[in-house]
Write a protein that binds this ligand. Sequence first.
Ligand SMILES: Cc1cc2nc3c(=O)[nH]c(=O)nc-3n(C[C@H](O)[C@H](O)[C@H](O)COP(=O)(O)OP(=O)(O)OC[C@H]3O[C@@H](n4cnc5c(N)ncnc54)[C@H](O)[C@@H]3O)c2cc1C
Length: 398
Amino acid sequence: MRLEFSEEDEVFRSEVARWMRDNLTGEFAVLKHRGGPGDEEAYPELRKAWERRLAEGGWTCVGWPQTWGGRGLSVAHQVIFHEEYARAGGPGRMGHIGEGLIGPTLIAYGSEEQKQRFLPGILKGTEYWAQGYSEPGAGSDLANVRTRAELDPASGKWVINGQKVWTSLAHESQWIFVVARCERDSVGPKGLVFLLVPLDQPGVEIRPIRQISGGCEFNEVFFDNALTDAGNIVGAPGEGWKIAMALLGFERGMSTLGQQMHFAHELSLICQLARDNGAACNPALRERIARAWCGLRVMRYNALRMLSGTEDGGLSREALIYKYYWSNWHRDLGKLAMDVLGDAGNLLSEEHDDRQRLQQLFLFTRADTIYAGTNEIQLNIIAERGLDMPREPRGSMK
Ligand SMILES: Cc1cc2nc3c(=O)[nH]c(=O)nc-3n(C[C@H](O)[C@H](O)[C@H](O)COP(=O)(O)OP(=O)(O)OC[C@H]3O[C@@H](n4cnc5c(N)ncnc54)[C@H](O)[C@@H]3O)c2cc1C
């Protein structure tokens, strides 16, 4: 397990830190620590401009191969980049679905034309993507999707009908990747197709869903004879499940340690508040703060263990527990924040101050144990893949 970074790594670390210091300033200064989970609606246009600034500096898609415009960074350097980005208060990345999910999927499975067409927009921060997986009735059981796609021989286009739900940032995106059923009467993972669909067209309607935290970062997306070119299929008809699962494999990875820097910042806000309002003198709260700190250290060492020896960017077996651990830890941190706030936690603030930030933390972290695989699904994965328990019966996964 790698616990230390080399001298050369540290030189790279200073380079990233310097770039962030020089650039996250002026008009971008308001973006510091903004736009993360639960705060996705903050300054969308300015955050897109920030993506373009990152691109100019060569700091988007740092793990992509150089052939496709990335920096081809080693795992250690990617980790350092994400750590320093977060340490400097770098804003939530508008382009993360493109850069982290569909980009690597296209690099691995896309056609030459698709790579030429779509990768530059992600790299330059000019085109944004949404993920069209979940539907009413197909969340954990994703293989139950009902959205249909048919190739119309006359027009040579795919015609899509159905509904997606909880689609993050669809209202800020130009494209969506959609898992749909292309073989009539097929069930479960068979007969699916993976399509790239433009969002700005008459056949697509995007309706925002307001969340308990006040924002609407996600949406319902309706397809009513929506169209996409025949060439916008990744893999072959019937291979949608394979591509969809491969994409999820890119979901966790190098940004993990960066995420922990955000957590550390939130914990530091809670500590500061506890010192200021006297909550630090309450033994029960002190203990929970100390436990939270221990949890953060556990996550750091587990992440370093997870990333050790994964130069291909793939994740090791240790990764199985990671999502379950961080999401529950973070949800508990939200509760701790409210208890440290005390009565002040019940007051609404117009300002985006620390109090509002901690209230949002409490409200949004309820979602952490749902997206990217719910708690129960994570426990199933740990039991089946980590502990060799018998597979539980699958509903539609025949
Ligand atoms: C903030 C946020 C952003 C999201 N963004 C996107 C997005 O951009 N694109 C997208 O496609 N989706 C997105 N999602 C949807 C997310 O992927 C789903 O919410 C998630 O997969 C769970 O599906 P579901 O909501 O349908 O719940 P269900 O699958 O219906 O689960 C309901 C409950 O049943 C439990 N359960 C289900 N199956 C089992 C089982 N086999 N064993 C034990 N318990 C089980 C679950 O754990 C849960 O407690 C987002 C969700 C959130 C909260």
